[in-house]
Design a protein. Sequence first.
Lengths: 147, 147, 147, 147
Amino acid sequence: MPDMPAPVFVHRRPVTIEWGDCDPAGIVFYPRYFAMFDASTAALFDAALGMPKIRWTKHFGILGIPMVDTRAKFHVPSAYGDQVAIESRVTAFRRSSFDVEHRLLKADGTLGVEGYETRVWTARDGETGRIRSAPIPPEVTKAFAQE
Amino acid sequence: MPDMPAPVFVHRRPVTIEWGDCDPAGIVFYPRYFAMFDASTAALFDAALGMPKIRWTKHFGILGIPMVDTRAKFHVPSAYGDQVAIESRVTAFRRSSFDVEHRLLKADGTLGVEGYETRVWTARDGETGRIRSAPIPPEVTKAFAQE
Amino acid sequence: MPDMPAPVFVHRRPVTIEWGDCDPAGIVFYPRYFAMFDASTAALFDAALGMPKIRWTKHFGILGIPMVDTRAKFHVPSAYGDQVAIESRVTAFRRSSFDVEHRLLKADGTLGVEGYETRVWTARDGETGRIRSAPIPPEVTKAFAQE
Amino acid sequence: MPDMPAPVFVHRRPVTIEWGDCDPAGIVFYPRYFAMFDASTAALFDAALGMPKIRWTKHFGILGIPMVDTRAKFHVPSAYGDQVAIESRVTAFRRSSFDVEHRLLKADGTLGVEGYETRVWTARDGETGRIRSAPIPPEVTKAFAQE
């Protein structure tokens, strides 16, 4: 897809680490980071497309963007009360799948966690009714081609 | 409803407290108890009705049994690794709502947490399509009238 | 305690309902409301005392404010993408315990959920090392006596 | 480490997918899989070492086995009520870190999710008090060398 514009859009959102996010070691229970990243991906698309997820899924006639592969690397733990920021961006759009990267930054700018996701643009087939991947519309890739 | 049989059925299930259930104080983060109790209510109905929730909701043509009021009293905390048991019973059936009680018992039999729920038997109206309460079928109350 | 000032301080915080907060019925899985209320109580004390929980627990030499009794009434469900607000206040201070009320308001001002909590001001006994309730300092009750 | 025995121990545990594990698409909210895998790793070590985590961390004088890198691939979704099994094994022990693999199998044996973890054997330095990686004791690697 030589003429697909490169995604450059970045979204950053502040997150407060809550008591309930943390485990007996006093640090974030790592599955909670994946929940934070899931919300960050939704917020990233909301910001790029200018409408909330519940509307853009309808607008594009899709069921959602389910995860097929995700990974996280944990560099520095966060504790409750910490004010962190999550920076998220799409790093690649393919025909019907795409990659997202998240960087959780501590208050002093240190990289705390890196997250990687591969998701699929997913719709219900109009004829068969089966759930299947669908081509990502140019309207989407264009929205992410702008800072 | 003078002829409704009194519910006497009791269900008990073992629960292992996981690391991820616990907070920085090293004890169960209390919202997790509500999730455990929700699973216990499902298990209570599964056991009384002899089929899993995904089947009995279809069998009775309901959408579910949403919560309208719940309360818990915390007596003794549990820590990760603890083996506890949750004892659950329906304490009252009314026309379309019912009450559930849960007792979380520590390994030595101490009462750790009490839970109380009021839920509604909820269906979609065949004519209007609106979600509304529905009468609890005698088949259900009878199933709970047996030990 | 006739001379204890009445608590009047109210804290309101916006909450976005995330996809991961919701269940297969498409509405908030109710244990999540308790986690939101727990974060709201922390935010209420942070705002009244002018410092984050991790600091005011140290400042007052306490271990925390564990829950002994909590209840919620569910009036109107919330779905993912909903922007709600949680209004929280202390309704009563006693010697070493206190009550908190939360009102989750939908975007149109409708009352979605009410939450009630009783918590205990909890410290480690300097002599015995045992965890026990402790008197709530006047500095705290005074901070809540101002709007 | 040419003489370190190859880990062959496998642990399998049944898991029931709860209503509260699932999202508005009716399938498991993927961060919940990581919480299930975390509990599976604890259960794997419990089974291999013959004591619960709260005891083997004390026995070996460690703080825990924090995650540094984890990944999951999602092949087939699970819905509430599903009875699945998680098969877990250590695939490699190094000086102070090790890898774990999880395979979540559906009732019909289909591979639903694969999980990969790298964790570190972590202790507090006796002299400096700092948290640092520690060598994995032969007692541990030997326990995993037996089926």
